[in-house]
Design a protein. Sequence first.
Length: 270
Amino acid sequence: MATANKLSVIPCGAMHANLPFLLLKPGVSIKPRSEKDSPIDWVEVPTHCVLVETDEGKLLWDTSCPSDWETRWAPTGLQEFFPYDQVADDEYLDKQLHKMGVGLDEIDYVVLSHLHFDHAGNAQMFKNTNAKMICSDKEKEFALGFEGPFNGAHLKADYEGIDWEIVSGDVELLPGVSMIQTPGHTPGCMSMRVDLPETGTMIFTSDAVYMGESYGPPAAPAAIVNNLEDWFSSVEKLRGIQERTNAQMVFGHDAEQIHQLRKAPEGSYT
């Protein structure tokens, strides 16, 4: 079986949000930042990217949030519900890559799990590089198919004008790196499987599964789900792959798990 050579989890700080956006619980209402001190579950929402190195090139998984988030998100109101307010100047993606000694021109593939504002926020950074920009066919169709500048957490300014290449179905993109179609959170949300020689299999769920408490079992959905039936099916699809491969699951926004992972620039997986 082909394997990748090295994997680096790149932490990019955290947003904050009301817990029901991530995990539905009875009797808890969604409120904006102005009411964060009232008795609600206002929680940390970490964001990360992943750099995978293979014999056939370097792949960046997701691009996190932009440094100009307050103004970029202003037309949508998202900045009031998901303020990206726990990030140091050197935690933005470009600064993290610089600390790792990785130039933008060294990245061969940029794969977006989906095109929400906190995953595609820095996609334009790679527009004039040689990187192949990749998302799923269904995600591209939806994200570029609606009228107006935004639809929910899809903000066209993040990804419009980019020459997107698409993948359909589950596919091995590079040695040891496979895309898994896991729709539900968005129409074309993908997860990533990486097989490593020493670590074994790691699965990065992105927002197909927000956090361990979402995964269960039983699986617990969130307020932001495009199709609930697809979401449940995708979670169980991932669970099946995990059971077959004994994979380590890395969830999209788990505030506890992010502190347990080896993180760049100091740590990595091989």
